[in-house]
Design a protein. Sequence first.
Length: 254
Amino acid sequence: MALGICVLSSISVLETAKFSSNRVYELLFGEAFTILERKKSWAFIQIQDSEIQGWIMDGQYEFVEEVIPADYIIDEVGGYAVAGENKTMQIYHGSPIPENKSIVTSEDNYKILSDLRDTQEGYDEERDREQLENFVASYLNTPFSYKGRTIHGLDNIGLCGLFYRHFGIELPKDIESILSLGDSVDFISEIRGGDLAFFINDNGEVDHLGIVISDEEILHVVEKVRIDSIDNEGIYNHDLQQTTHKLRIVKRLM
């Protein structure tokens, strides 16, 4: 089976080969997938290291010989990919890029104009406090978009995935698998920036998560990316003056 990468800023992976179909994932420039089937102007793909499958259009991808690891990524400022005089596109934070800033596909040689983030350094709360603050500033007030993963719209899994990729950890694509990672933080007084907090609905099902950014604040997505308070009960929304999400557990992944 052939290997391809996204060669646009981002592309929606659709449930069926129809323009009106629901999105099941959003691919960023440089991210890889396996092409399982091709029909007419569509390709049926499987996302790398995932069970997610869906349809994308011809012209949105090109063939490559190997996967680009996320050891280096586009930083929060973003950047551009250039291939020839008439092929320039914006690329977003989190896109995996080789250290030499060059990507060779079956059709083009892309040169990357951007600063790169070395994700292999991991995360240290004290050392990386500024990195955390920059991430918050970059995404605050970004609108909610189901399965989104860019500054133009994202959901909680997209937000948390981009944050952890920034520090060299690839999160799974579903909340249940993310919940299985890391170590539990037993007391709310022990939470720290970079922890993941999980919340349950009225049926006791985990259906919401967010990034702890201080000992009393959380970054998460509702109608937009927002900062709210977190305590033993859950998320307290100051706009509504009420607890909106019931805390299930806090996990430490790094």
